[in-house]
Design a protein around this ligand. Sequence first.
Ligand SMILES: [Zn+2]
Length: 229
Amino acid sequence: MNESNLIQFWRALLADSYATWVLFRHGTCVILDPPGDDPAGRAAAFLRDNGPVVTGTNAADFDVVPAPGGRLITCYRSEILVYVSHADAPPEQDDLVVGLIGRKRRHEDAQAPRPIHVAAARARQPHCACLNAPGKHLSLQRELGMDSHYAEPSVWACRVCGRRWLRYFYENEAFSRSGRWYLGHVPVAIALGLTADGAKRALETLPWYFSGGSYYDGRISRSSGKILL
Ligand SMILES: [Zn+2]
C-alpha cells in the first residue's frame, strides 16, 4: 500500500476522534493521548521505546482485528497500531500470518522511526450528552463476538462527539432478570484494537462505566472495578 493510501485510510478511520496521530514509513500509527507539542518527536520516542519486538516478552504479543479493507495489528501498548490492507495480505490469509507481517513492520518502524504524516487534533473533545445519558447518540461500530463468559461485547461511537464506547452485555438465559449491560468510554486507540476476550478487562480498568439492565431492576448507575457475572 502506498503512502498516500495509507494516510487516507488513517484519516478516515480517525476522522471524528479528535486524536493526534503520527504515521510512520512502514505503516505503524502512534495515537497520542493526550495531544500536545511536537507530536512527531513524541510519537517517535514512544515507538522507539515500546515498538521493538522482544521475543518472550509482551512486546512480542499482538492481536489481529478487522478494519475497513484490511486488518489492524495491535501491540501491547494500545497507542501503537499497524494497518495491513487486503492488497498487502488477502482476506483469506490466516490472521497469524498477517499479524506477523504487521508486527515486523512495527519493529522496522521502531528501529528507525521516520514520520510520514502528522495529524494534530484541532481541538479538545467537547463535553457531550453521551457522557451523562448512557447510549445517547451512539451507533454500533463493531461487534466483537462472544467472549469466554458468553457475554457480547461491542464497540460504539457517538454520532455527535466521536467518543468511542465499549458495551458489554451479559445474560444467563436460565435465569430471569439476569440481563445486565456495562458501558464505558474508551480511548479511540483502545477501541480500535479491542477483542472479545479483552473487552471485560478493558472495562474494568476504566475510571468508571455505566451499568444497567433487569439484573439491576432497571436502575442505571455509574460504577468501576471488577465486573462480577
Ligand atoms: Zn458524544
